[in-house]
Ligand binder design. Structure first.
Ligand SMILES: O=C(O)CCC(=O)C(=O)O
Length: 301
């Protein structure tokens, strides 16, 4: 991961270890209890968290009481942070923090309320997609608002042979604007993208099957929100193949459903999972803050 161990060592050499527990969740993911992410982390604690992320792909830190500065500081231990193209939804004063919320103030949305309406891996539409995202619950609805996570290593492992053969050696285009018009039709408050924003999110091409840079595991690296076509196939064949890959990826046996608790901070590995915001009734306020850690250029398996 990007933060050098020396930096971590310098930061944490003299802090005491925290005695947190890591409990596996069903299908994928782990819950971490008895840790305070607001404290400077001891090097051993950092390494345990990093290893847990690689093993479980989704980490649920319970009962966090942290400031935006602490959220950013913890996130930065894993690499530089990426700034979302919709800058109007930054937490004021903190460009690294994207507000995800259905709340409106003076008739204006304070956050990206429909983020995650389609399955995706964050920033797969960038040349350098995200290593992971850290989403911190600040206000939760009484019902709804779950986030679903699908294991894309398992998706690859269980892919039928004819589909594995169909995608062997293939690359796919990812574009931020694939579903943008559809999202604008559902959420009329979604701003039109400026020319400068469009320049920031030009289509990119990534391998369909990638190798996780740290574990070496193969991953199916396509998602409904951003993957627009398989290079070299006619569009109808590509649409049909992608539809089969999307449907396979999110079979219930591949999916962990996170039901948020107050003050959860969830850290997921965008190289291992895709995720979906299952939806919140409009009248129930929901607000979360997200940081996004930069990864590396995806490499073919
Ligand atoms: O709000 C959620 O549950 C998930 C948001 C999401 O998909 C994202 O931040 O990429």
């Amino acid at each position: 991961m990007a933060a050098s161990l020396q930096t971590i060592h310098d930061l944490t050499n003299f802090t005491t270890e925290q005695s947190f527990k890591i409990n596996s969740l069903p299908v994928l993911g782990a819950e971490i209890v008895n840790i305070d992410l607001g404290r400077v982390l001891n090097e051993n604690d950092f390494l345990r968290i990093k290893q847990a992320l690689l093993s479980h792909h989704v980490l649920v830190f319970r009962d966090q009481d942290i400031t935006p500065e602490q959220h950013i500081e913890f996130s930065r231990l894993f690499g530089p942070l990426q700034i979302h193209v919709l800058k109007q939804f930054q937490l004021p004063g903190y460009p690294e923090v994207l507000t995800i919320s259905n709340i409106k103030e003076n008739d204006k949305p304070i956050g990206l309320g429909d983020a995650g309406a389609f399955w995706h891996s964050d920033l797969s539409y960038k040349e350098i997609p995200s290593l992971g995202s850290l989403l911190y619950a600040r206000q939760l609805p009484a019902e709804g608002g779950d986030t679903h996570f699908a294991d894309m290593h398992l998706a690859w492992q269980t892919l039928p042979t004819h589909l594995k053969n169909a995608i062997e050696g293939k690359q796919a285009e990812h574009t931020y604007i694939k579903k943008y018009a559809e999202l604008q039709a559902r959420s009329p408050w979604r701003p039109n993208l400026t020319q400068a924003q469009l320049e920031e999110v030009k289509p990119v091409v990534h391998p369909v099957v990638t190798r996780h840079p740290e574990t070496g595991l193969n991953t199916l690296f396509v998602n409904e929100n951003f993957t627009s076509r398989i290079i070299g196939l006619p569009q109808d064949e590509s649409d049909d193949l992608l539809a089969q890959l999307f449907a396979h990826s999110v079979k219930p046996e591949n999916v962990y459903i996170h039901q948020w608790q107050d003050n959860d901070l969830v850290f997921w590995d965008n190289r291992s999972v895709i995720h979906l915001a299952a939806g919140t009734p409009d009248h129930l306020p929901r607000k979360l803050y997200r940081t996004t850690v930069e990864g590396t250029r995806p490499v073919a398996a």
